[in-house]
Design a protein. Structure first.
Length: 181
């Protein structure tokens, strides 16, 4: 009985720690919110900060970072959620990470890098550094997409070739059986 009670107590403590997890929400204008809850709608998110709800349009959300999980952003072009790879984040979503995140957000759509720099002015880098990091990340993302599409196309071609060969072998086996009868 003591074992079950202590197990239940530990489970309750674990669940209570999980409910107090904080989610970091950064906006395109440089504001940061530590939200206890994030709800997503079609074109906006609702966050709870200190038991007060705030609504932010997805266009104004730079990144959402759930505690212990990789961050994600909503693309400007189609509003779809896009996970940010941990290998591209070096400074805990601050400093030089911001142009990389903007590159994710504006992937596939036009962006005025100078205006993005003004929105998130940071003393750690000038506008040219911001633009070069943004452009480099855009190139990496495009390269990753091209490689993924190439690999998927190759796998599709191999699958088609295998299916064609298997169908040919089946027809040959059927013809052999029919000629034996």
């Amino acid at each position: 009985m003591k074992r079950k009670t202590s197990g239940l107590f530990i489970l309750c403590m674990f669940c209570s720690f999980l409910t107090f997890a904080q989610t970091k929400v950064l906006t395109t204008d440089g504001k940061m919110f530590m939200a206890s809850a994030v709800e997503t709608a079609s074109d906006e998110i609702t966050i709870s900060v200190d038991n007060q709800k705030q609504t932010i349009p997805k266009l104004n959300v730079l990144v959402i970072v759930p505690e212990g999980k990789p961050g994600f952003t909503y693309r400007t072009k189609n509003g779809k959620k896009m996970a940010i790879k941990k290998k591209f984040i070096h400074n805990d979503y601050a400093g030089t990470d911001k142009p990389r995140i903007f590159a994710y957000k504006y992937m596939g759509s036009s962006a005025n890098v100078g205006q993005l720099y003004v929105l998130n002015a940071d003393e750690s880098m000038n506008e040219e550094q911001f633009a070069s990091i943004f452009e480099a990340q855009q190139k990496k993302l495009k390269t990753n997409n091209i490689v993924a599409i190439g690999a998927a196309s190759f796998a599709l071609l191999v699958g088609i070739a295998s299916l064609t060969q298997a169908n040919s072998d089946l027809n040959n086996a059927n013809n052999l059986l029919n000629s034996m009868n």
